[in-house]
Design a protein around this ligand. Structure first.
Ligand code: FES
Length: 165
């Protein structure tokens, strides 16, 4: 098998059985990023825990409106992230996050960078602090909600007009 075929096989395997797919209840942090290259979007949720006096990533999950490579990278990356400290996770590049799949061709690097971007966004969002006990979901609409936000705004305007009219 060539390196390319290996990569395709690993991506296919990751997509068939994606790990940590879906919104996380009670996440401590959430980050969303869109790719300027292709318009794909990815959101990542993170839950932290304390271990030996250090704050580490307990688990991470993701949701994607993205290509197969981004989904495969997010799947392996969320597995890699468990047990990492915030500092360790913050320094991980897209290539490192995608490492279990093998080296990505240049045309797909931005797919891994989408995952890196969502991770960074989540880790910086963590500094703005989600009150403990509160679900991050209350401040983190799903991708679908976000994408349909414009529609909702229009609906609100119509309702307000009706009220005052
Ligand atoms: Fe855009 Fe993969 S093609 S994230």
């Amino acid at each position: 098998m060539s390196a390319d075929e290996n990569l395709e096989a690993r991506i296919e395997a990751a997509i068939k059985n994606p790990r940590n797919l879906g919104e996380m209840e009670n996440a401590d942090a959430v980050g969303t990023v869109g790719s300027p290259d292709c318009g794909d979007m990815l959101r990542m949720w993170i839950k932290f825990k304390e271990e030996n006096g250090r704050r580490i990533i307990d688990r991470a999950s993701f949701q994607s409106f993205g290509c197969q490579t981004a989904i495969a990278v997010a799947s392996v990356a969320t597995e890699l992230l468990a047990g990492k400290t915030i500092e360790e996770a913050r320094t991980m590049s897209g290539e490192e996050l995608a490492a279990p799949l093998g080296a990505l061709p240049p045309v797909r690097i931005h797919c891994a960078q989408l995952v890196e971007g969502a991770l960074r966004s989540a880790l910086s969002a963590d500094q703005t602090v989600v009150p403990s006990g509160a679900s991050a979901n209350t401040t983190a609409p799903t991708l679908f909600d976000q994408l349909s936000a414009n529609t909702k705004a229009k609906v609100k305007i119509v309702m307000a007009t009706d009220k005052h009219g």
